[in-house]
Design a binder for this molecule. Structure first.
Ligand SMILES: [Zn+2]
Length: 367
């Protein structure tokens, strides 16, 4: 269901999304900071992985730190802010963030697992998400995961996330079983997400070894933004954004390389017939209908993103608590050459509008 519109902002339900009316002044905007890209590893997951080899991950104690080590060979420390609400609130305070939309780590997607097991994992993870935000409903909000390798169970879990658990949206990967997440097999899922009016956060998962990415952590530094770029290319060129104008897609890491290459997308659309098979307008018409987080690690890149897609489409993100996170995302936005209205939209106004939170500041301060 679509959440009731906030009373403190003027929303315009366009053919694509609900966004702030472009003519509103900064005096109409809420003064709030919301992090929409922040991860968890719920306690329900940590408690279950040791009991079942199908998770293909183990919890290790390394000195004072807890680590998750995956069978593929990669691992990372699991600090308490991943799974403990009060530690997370302390971390938000440290970053100057009022509220966060918490999404499970992409390593919890389980798209390669047996579909029935993946559905169990999604259920378990989402119950953990609900428990983590339950005590702090004004500051902590949850997104869920869905077993996308099978569309019907994915739709059922999406509906449970929205209707039963009250989540702000769902968190999905860029690929499922080696194909684009936006392949026609999953159109029914995205159609249902559009009907429900929920935000779908699209995030690259573990890319794995690929030629040229073996060293220097390029699997993440290059591979992750490439995955997101491919996802945006498929979302636009497949015509999905055209067919489902109400679908709210939020892309990680500033949209990868897609905003920087939108001119190339348009040129291809003009000169190559295969780029027009499912699309009637140039790709640059659809890029400003998608949402993007601020995680570019570069003020000029962020300013370019905002100029390209519009300040109404960009939302504060940190990627905390991973080491690739922006350690001070609020400062990154404040130092970016933006006008005051754009800054306030990006820091939290857009997120509050997107998720339909009314009077967020007063709720946050008393949460
Ligand atoms: Zn992330």
């Amino acid at each position: 269901m679509r959440t009731a519109l906030p009373n403190w902002c003027a929303l315009v339900v366009t053919e694509t999304t609900a966004t702030f009316e472009k003519g509103r002044t900064e005096h109409d905007l809420p003064d709030i900071v919301i992090d929409v890209h922040a991860h968890t590893i719920p306690q329900t997951f940590l408690a279950a992985v040791g009991r079942d080899h199908r998770f293909r991950v183990r919890v290790e104690q390394r000195g004072p730190s807890l680590w998750l080590v995956h069978d593929e060979g990669y691992g990372y420390p699991v600090t308490p802010d991943f799974y403990d609400a009060s530690a997370r609130l302390t971390a938000l305070d440290r970053m100057g963030v009022d509220a966060a939309v918490l999404s499970p780590s992409p390593t919890l997607f389980y798209y390669s697992a047996d579909p029935r097991f993946a559905a169990e994992v999604a259920h378990l993870v989402n119950d953990g998400q609900a428990a983590m935000v339950a005590g702090n409903p004004s500051r902590l909000h949850a997104m869920g995961v869905v077993p996308l390798q099978d569309t019907e169970p994915a739709i059922r879990e999406l509906e449970r996330c929205v209707d039963e658990l009250g989540f702000a949206g769902v968190h999905i990967g860029c690929t499922v079983g080696g194909e684009s997440v936006f392949s026609p097999a999953r159109e029914a899922f995205f159609r249902r997400a559009a009907e429900l009016g929920v935000t779908v956060f699209v995030h690259p998962a573990y890319v794995g070894p690929r030629p040229g990415l073996e060293q220097y952590y390029l699997t993440n530094l290059v591979g992750n933004p490439v995955e997101t770029t491919i996802a945006i290319g498929n979302a636009i060129f497949s015509g999905l954004c055209e067919r489902l104008p109400g679908l709210r897609l939020l892309f990680a890491h500033g949209g990868g390389f897609a905003p920087y290459q939108i001119g190339r997308f348009d040129h291809g659309f003009r000169v190559r017939p295969e780029s027009r098979v499912a699309l009637t307008h140039p790709p640059s018409r659809y890029a400003p209908r998608l949402f993007y987080d601020t995680i570019t690690h570069n003020g000029q890149a962020l300013a370019y993103l905002v100029a390209t897609v519009g300040p109404e489409q960009v939302l504060l993100g940190s990627d905390a608590p991973f080491d690739m996170a922006d350690p001070d995302p609020v400062k990154s936005v404040r130092q970016c050459p933006l006008d005051d209205r754009a800054r306030r939209l990006i820091l939290g106004g857009n997120a509050a509008a997107l998720f339909g939170w009314s009077n967020p500041k007063s709720e946050v301060r008393h949460g």
